[in-house]
Design a protein around this ligand. Structure first.
Ligand SMILES: [Zn+2]
Ligand SMILES: [Zn+2]
Length: 143
């Protein structure tokens, strides 16, 4: 493998600093709750735009952080963070959930198209994706 020229700056140097999620008022990250995660723009691998709030002092923060840093807060036991959505990805346990399977679901719904019409049974087909987390959590979403 040829050696990299010394003058070449690694791509990491252009990435935003990866500070941990932290409440500087309480000087702890214990009370943080993640409110939203969005893809960072311009897209940097693994970096997200995260908004979070400190439970204790009610102060809100917003910063660019790596998924790993966000996961530190998300993975904390005791606080149910639920499912987070960002950039078309769903996070559970601080990790992007993986598509387990795709399903075509048939849904039947009684519907009256116009007021006064009698209801008819309509069939709708929707594509859904089953997402799974390593912890066993599963979720079905329309594709
Ligand atoms: Zn605080
Ligand atoms: Zn999980």
């Amino acid at each position: 493998m040829p050696a990299q020229p010394a003058s070449r700056v690694p791509d990491e140097a252009h990435q935003p600093p990866d500070e941990p999620l932290w409440c500087s008022r309480c000087n702890t990250d214990k009370h943080l709750l993640v409110n939203s995660i969005q893809s960072h723009y311009p897209p940097a691998p693994n970096m997200v735009d995260v908004a979070y709030e400190c439970h204790a002092c009610r102060y809100s923060y917003r910063q660019i952080a790596s998924v790993q840093k966000v996961a530190v807060v998300l993975n904390r036991p005791g606080i149910a963070q639920g499912v987070l959505q960002f950039g078309g990805q769903y996070l559970h346990c601080g990790e992007p959930m993986k598509t387990k399977s795709c399903e075509l679901r048939r849904i039947q719904a009684p519907l009256a198209l116009r007021p006064g019409d009698s209801e008819r049974l309509y069939e709708i087909y929707i594509n859904t994706r089953i997402l799974g987390c390593q912890c066993g959590f599963r979720m079905e979403i329309p594709d």
